[in-house]
Design a protein around this ligand. Structure first.
Ligand SMILES: CC(C)(COP(=O)(O)OP(=O)(O)OC[C@H]1O[C@@H](n2cnc3c(N)ncnc32)[C@H](O)[C@@H]1OP(=O)(O)O)[C@@H](O)C(=O)NCCC(=O)NCCS
Length: 157
């Protein structure tokens, strides 16, 4: 999975500091390190990938986003997707989402679903741009009482 100067690959334990930085910048209730370690090492249904920017002439490598999605039989769930705030809205999220869809199709997943905070307008826009539709609201889903919007995508080639 190689695109110009960004590459998507499996997340490793060594990536934790950079991914935790993105988590903490992006979420009100971020994953804790132990959650990510579980997702990488133990969870049999998770796919945890990072997207890394590299500039060979500057000798620079930087993780700019990550995604955690689960596959259980013919269902996929996007648990977490985030792009570093400095580089949001430059297509990184789209690269990750396209890979998730491709991987889901290859694994014969029929539907991808997710929950998103009702107030997270940019993420709702992002998912709608990728073909997700709003199914229903889950009232009081988050610990601060906020409702979740449940979204669904039929996976196609
Ligand atoms: C949601 C997120 C992953 C999108 O990643 P991204 O790299 O910024 O998105 P892209 O650049 O690929 O944008 C694709 C589309 O998403 C929508 N979008 C992205 N950012 C947006 C914004 N700030 N406002 C409105 N729509 C936005 C647009 O439709 C955009 O297409 P356009 O630029 O042609 O209009 C990113 O904003 C993010 O990390 N947010 C914080 C974490 C988060 O909320 N994750 C989702 C939890 S459910």
């Amino acid at each position: 999975m190689k695109y110009l100067d960004v590459e998507m690959r499996d997340m490793t334990i060594e990536d934790l500091p950079q991914v935790m930085e993105i988590e903490n910048l992006c979420f009100l209730h971020p994953y804790k390190e132990k959650d990510l370690i579980y997702e990488i090492n133990e969870n049999p249904v998770s796919n945890v990938w990072v997207i890394e920017y590299s500039n060979k002439s500057l000798g620079l490598k930087q993780i700019v986003g990550f995604v955690d999605y689960w596959v259980t039989f013919d269902s996929g769930t996007i648990c977490q997707i985030a792009v570093h705030p400095d580089i949001q809205r430059s297509g990184i999220g789209t690269i990750m989402m396209e890979e998730v869809k491709k991987d889901a199709y290859a694994k014969r997943v029929k539907t991808l679903t997710l929950e998103v905070r009702e107030s997270n307008v940019k993420a709702i826009n992002f998912y709608q741009k990728h073909g997700f539709v709003i199914s229903h609201k889950k009232e009081g889903y988050y610990s601060n009482g906020e409702d979740a919007i449940y979204m669904i995508l039929e996976v196609r080639k």
